[in-house]
Design a protein. Sequence first.
Length: 267
Amino acid sequence: MTGASSGIGRQIAIGLARQHGSHRSEARSADRETAAAKLVIHFRKNQRGAEETAAAVQALGATTCLVQADICQSQQRQRLVDESWDFLGPPTTWVNNAGADVLTGEFENESFAEKLRRLIETDVLATIDLSRQVIRRWRQDISGSEAQPPSMTFIGWDQAPLGMEGDAGQMFGPVKAAVMAFANSVAQEVGPTIRVNTVAPGWIKTAWGETTDSYWDGRARRQSLMNRWGTPEDVARAVCFVADPDNTFCNGQTIQVNGGWSRTHPR
């Protein structure tokens, strides 16, 4: 999976390892041969965070391979795919989680135009090309196979289809809408041999949510029927659901993770 060094990506990696461990336990009880989970942990710059993710995954019995790559660079995208196949063979699951963080860290003080450019370059252009490479390799490997179809999952945004006011809405809305449209389109092409789904988080308390002001904290709580922020673990559960190899009838779906949208929230 891409972008697994912290936050939502780390929790998805942990969730996938835990899910595989559960399946292994069920398989052993039925006397079926099983193998340990194997995960590729991708990162761009945060090697320490990727190592922490790997340690958490290994504690659940999985084996890992760390791959550093800037997915905005064509040759590095290709290397990420090649190293993933070398370690995993054909993956059963591919999660496109990597995205440009323009709200915190190194890019937070850049102009709107520069933030938008970085989002389009990373979340849209790089992700689309990387996904097409993965799908091309899958199609070569699974031609004529009767095995369970592999799964690709994208990360969207629950407010992208209808929009949100302000700079954040004008950046993330079109970018994540493009990601979701691509996922829906490619799902139409590659089924039934490959499953493609999208998980669309709402207000999730990641690094930005931990430091935001009282207005956004209150808004996030009021706009959810559960009256709270979502957590990275909530997103990971949804990804694990759509990516579950046994969930073979879940395809071309968008799963919103927002606790239920509150239609009574005052603007």
